[in-house]
Design a protein around this ligand. Structure first.
Ligand code: SAM
Ligand code: SF4
Length: 444
């Protein structure tokens, strides 16, 4: 079959999309770039906030219309939404043919066989253990994701992930290292280790390394850059910071979601740390890791968040000086404790606070980026704009960096001198490059 996968949501979904594509190819199917050319379309869904769910509804509505108009199309829903009653209702409404939960993607062959044999639809929502040892082929790219654990054992009151992805399971270290070695041999230059809380890797299993030990082992595989996400402050121990400081190819970029600067809100969110502990970790990171860049996730407008609570989030930004942040307005997700127990606040209040936070974050990001002007950063240049003047990549610290594209004869790692910055982008020149000098344009 000609198959196409549409991916919404996080990097774990991107990894799962890569896995299911590989499974389809191994089963003799062809991956096509455009949904219009496909006989099978799988939608890999996200259920963390309301917006991505709305997107799925509108996509599935379009596919149903096309099927009703006579297009011969098999439609599947996979990912977090598929695991929820909410998603299953949507799937029934839009006559989705295949429903696979995040732990059941290897059931795709059974699903297609069942439909071929005349079944009307196929559903699998189990958490299969074959995923732990399955090693998908290395991606044909300079960067690659590698899931080291699945699921989540925390119970943050706003979050649907423990329901959709099940309890934490750490993959065997042998599978992780074999996958990393295959990526290195295929020329991957940057690997991103993935998990909902990578720091709790191995904590439940005897005789398996801790995350700090695993990180060192992966670093020693010899891929030029190793990054990881997401870290949970609760398990972010000093030995992890030591590995980042000591292993030259572990990038000095740390994503450490705080969610709120107010202890009262953290308690209501059931986050297991408090502001002081979080700030202690930040101080230790900044003291040990040179030129480190720290980013975070924040939810504004959590039920009951007062103006005073929000002010504490703003002051936390000042204390940490985040270089980057993903900022979200709280979204009440059916089935989560906070949606069941607490009253949502008016949307206008959430949006107004979100905008204030974005403005503050922009200021810190701009100040932080300005400190790099005149310095060299190592950039993994991944693409040259087709119609624009720039080539684009990311620094070791995860900054987005643009250079004139005529300075880049090959994609890959380059040293770049930073010349101009905006809050979100750095502009520079490849060190040692000869150029016909396209003038650098500073975006506003
Ligand atoms: N496991 C990670 C952690 O604990 O930080 C994050 C995983 S979650 C899929 C990604 C981010 O989505 C969270 O850090 C949180 O900021 C945000 N998020 C989760 N549920 C949300 C909700 N109901 N409303 C708004 N944002 C939410
Ligand atoms: Fe969701 Fe909390 Fe688990 Fe992160 S740690 S996935 S926010 S429940």
């Amino acid at each position: 079959m000609r198959a196409h996968v549409i991916t919404h949501g996080c990097q774990m979904n991107e990894y799962d999309t890569h896995t299911i594509r590989s499974e389809l190819v191994a089963g003799g199917h062809h991956i096509v770039e455009h949904a219009d050319d496909a006989e099978l379309i799988l939608v890999n869904t996200c259920a963390v906030r309301g917006k991505p769910v709305e997107k799925v509804v509108s996509l599935l509505g379009e596919f149903r219309k096309e099927k009703q108009a006579g297009r011969d199309l098999t439609v599947g829903m996979m990912g977090c939404l598929a695991q929820l009653e909410e998603g299953q209702e949507i799937a029934r409404k839009f006559a989705v043919d295949i429903l696979l939960g995040p732990g059941a993607i290897t059931d795709i062959h059974d699903a297609l066989n069942a439909l071929e044999a005349g079944r009307e639809s196929y559903e699998s929502l189990r958490f299969k253990s074959d995923l732990d040892t399955l090693i998908p082929p290395a991606p044909d790219a300079l960067t690659g994701f590698l899931t080291i654990m699945r699921g989540c054992d925390h119970h943050c009151t706003y979050c649907i992930v423990p329901t959709t992805r099940g309890p934490e399971v750490s993959r065997p270290v042998e599978s992780i290292l074999a996958e990393a070695e295959a990526m290195r041999d295929a020329g991957v230059q940057e690997i991103m280790l993935l998990g909902q809380n990578v720091n709790s890797y191995g904590l439940k299993d005897e005789g398996i390394p801790s995350f700090a030990e695993l990180l060192r082992l992966v670093a020693q595989v010899g891929i030029p850059r190793v990054k990881f996400t997401t870290s949970h402050p609760m398990n972010f121990t000093s030995d992890i910071i030591d590995v980042i400081a000591e292993e030259p190819n572990v990038c000095n970029f740390i994503h450490l979601p705080v969610q709120s600067g107010s202890d009262r809100v953290l308690r209501r969110m059931a986050r297991e740390y408090r502001r002081d502990r979080y700030l202690d970790i930040i101080r230790e990171i900044r003291a040990k890791v040179q030129d480190v860049v720290i980013s975070t996730d924040i939810i504004v407008g959590f039920p009951g968040e007062t103006e005073e609570d929000f002010t504490q989030t703003l002051s936390l930004f000042e204390e940490v000086g985040y270089e980057h942040a993903f900022m979200f307005a709280y979204s009440a997700r059916p089935g989560t404790p906070s949606a069941e127990r607490f009253e949502d606040m008016p949307r206008e209040v959430k949006i107004e606070r979100l905008q204030r936070l974005i403005d503050v974050q922009k200021r810190y990001a701009f100040e932080a980026n300005q400190r790099w002007i005149g310095r060299e950063v190592r950039v993994l240049i991944r693409e040259r704009q087709e119609n624009g003047e720039f080539a684009m990549g990311h620094s070791d610290q995860n900054h987005t960096v643009l250079v004139p594209k005529d300075q880049v004869t090959r994609l890959g790692l380059h040293h770049v001198r930073v010349e101009h910055v905006t809050p979100h982008t750095m502009y520079g020149s490849v060190v040692g490059a000869r150029t016909t000098a396209v003038p650098l344009v500073m975006a506003s």
